[in-house]
Design a protein around this ligand. Structure first.
Ligand SMILES: [Cu+2]
Length: 144
């Protein structure tokens, strides 16, 4: 009976308790100028990331061709927090809309990384639009 109760508790905790994480949007952080911190996250399906507007004039926006098929897109308002819950597994690259030229991007892996090769192919295109921090996205993706 005890074991049965334990199993029930275990199942419930998996289904109903998902984790919450925070990513700060910064003018300057551990990884340089104009960064998401932390820039690379590995989370589970159903987890939520709160993008915190710490410094002004940043946002978080998904990139439609750098995410898994069927994943939800998001578009945060400038200088405002946004919370995103990830219900589709795969690798997501997102950007700060005004600072994409400075490679203000972040990477989130939700569960598996089945679409990583496709994301890397798109990354080599996106890199061309970076004026500074040209190697940043490659570095992030290599950390997965
Ligand atoms: Cu920004």
């Amino acid at each position: 009976m005890k074991i049965y109760n334990f199993l029930i508790l275990f199942l419930f905790s998996n289904f109903y308790f998902s984790a919450d994480y925070e990513v700060r949007m910064l003018n300057s952080g551990p990884g340089g100028i104009m960064v998401f911190d932390p820039p690379v996250m590995k989370i589970k399906k159903g987890d939520t990331i709160h993008f915190k507007s710490v410094d002004m004039a940043h946002n978080s926006e998904s990139i439609s061709n750098m995410m898994p098929k069927g994943g939800d897109t998001w578009m945060g308002a400038m200088s405002e927090d946004i919370s995103v819950t990830f219900n589709t597994e795969g690798v997501y690259v997102y950007r700060c809309t005004p600072h994409i030229m400075m490679a203000m991007v972040g990477v989130i892996q939700v569960g598996n990384s089945n679409n990583l090769e496709q994301v890397k192919a798109q990354a080599s295109q996106l890199k061309n639009s970076f004026v500074t921090n040209k190697d940043r996205l490659d570095k992030y993706l290599s950390e997965l």
